[in-house]
Write a protein that binds this ligand. Structure first.
Ligand code: ZN
Length: 389
């Protein structure tokens, strides 16, 4: 030292003083782990898999995020999906976003009927008819029609509770337990057609997007994913409204997606499953949450092994979620999480973890539980006929 003219210039080869001139931005920070740990590549699952949560088609979306037409855009033809499915041991993919009416018919013809046993399709509510005074009856009839056509279940996106408004795209938000949907829930129960329901979102999406938000980078990249402020209900209010629906319709079966939409709080999800025997959950897009609490997650799988469905949220071409891009890598990560006790690995194939900067741990499920989660629970819940291998 001894100089008065500011920091000394680093000498060539003097690595100890190689400090960057400007502070590193968060986006440029990509630390590489120094841990030397086992990496198990699981190409094939131990049992045939039913991916009970995928998106193979979408409708056109209004600016406010609501799908308002029966028309479907098909993300990949079955001929492109089947070879990947075969390589990954995926017997069946369940397409959640099959729409209704002519679009649904189109999905069923292209996937379900053209390749029996490989694809199943769910129907969705017709929100474009919501302002019709006859909506409850029209909706119930549409469910009956979809059931006759071959739809395996009804799927609800988070549209209900967070996007659908009294005048569809304007006005106050419509509550999840609005009585205008009671006939829809009942009709599903009468037809023994399960309801796959997405309610709310990660709790970080309801918190201020600031230095304390653990999903800051994700929300900074997608500001429209934040439900903080404005007239949005809280996560607790959304889940409570969902629970009132489940309580009011005990003969309807509900698949509570994304680990009951509260994977950050497995005690809460457990209480929901305990309270409502007509519920199951899937794990789609939540191994990042489950895998960062591996001991609690393992206990959860032990306890609810008959009520957990395998799902990935896989979307051909990734849509707007690159971490859900349908390919071999996606399935390998899920299989590694469920089947191994590997430590500290990425939950998504990305340089920066997309949902938050942490890594996950495998939970090493025993065969009996794996079999239920990979296929037996979905076979039972969705009425799938799985031919013996
Ligand atoms: Zn999904």
């Amino acid at each position: 030292m001894g100089s008065t003219a500011g920091p000394a210039k680093p000498l060539p080869g003097d690595v100890t003083s190689a400090v960057p001139e400007a502070p590193l931005t968060l986006a440029d920070f990509e630390p590489r782990s120094s841990l030397q740990v086992t990496e198990t590549v699981v190409d094939r699952p131990r049992y045939p898999v039913i991916d009970a949560h995928t998106h193979l088609s979408w409708g056109a979306r209004s600016e406010s995020g609501i799908f308002l037409s029966s028309e479907r855009t098909f993300l990949s033809p079955p001929e492109e999906l089947l070879p990947v499915m075969d390589r990954c041991g995926v017997k069946t993919m369940v397409n959640f976003t099959g729409g209704y009416g002519a679009g649904l018919e189109d999905c069923l013809a292209r996937y379900d009927r053209a390749h029996p046993g490989r694809f199943l399709t769910m129907t969705e509510p017709i929100y474009e008819r919501f302002t019709d005074p006859e909506y409850p009856r029209l909706q119930a009839e549409a469910i009956e029609q979809a059931h006759r056509a071959g739809a395996c279940a009804l799927k609800l996106l988070k549209t209900l509770g967070l996007y659908l408004r009294e005048s569809i795209t304007t006005g106050p938000l419509v509550a999840i337990d609005d009585p205008r949907f009671d006939l829809m829930w009942d009709t599903c129960g009468q037809l023994n057609m399960p309801v796959a329901i997405h309610v709310s979102d990660p709790i970080a999406f309801f918190a201020p997007v600031d230095r304390y938000n653990e999903r800051y980078e994700e929300l900074a990249n997608h500001p429209d994913w934040s439900f903080h402020g404005r007239d949005f209900p809280s996560n607790e209010e959304l889940l409570a409204a969902r629970d009132r629906v489940i309580a009011r319709h005990p003969r309807t079966r509900f698949i509570l997606l994304h680990v009951g939409n509260f994977a950050e709080n497995l005690a809460h999800v457990s209480a929901t499953l305990d309270r409502f025997p007509n519920t199951t959950v899937d794990i789609a897009a939540r191994i990042g949450e489950l895998g960062r609490q591996p001991r609690a997650a393992r206990a959860f799988f032990d306890c609810y092994q008959d009520r957990i469905l395998f799902g990935t949220d896989a979307t051909p071409h990734g849509y707007e979620f690159p971490q859900q891009l349908f390919n071999e890598r996606l399935y390998q990560i899920y299989y590694r999480f469920l089947e191994t006790d590997d430590e500290y690995f990425d939950y998504a194939p990305a340089n920066v973890p997309p949902q938050g900067r942490w890594r996950i741990y495998g939970i090493n499920l025993p065969d009996a539980i794996l079999k239920k989660v990979y296929n037996a629970n979905a076979v039972r819940e969705l009425g799938i006929k799985l031919q013996q291998e």
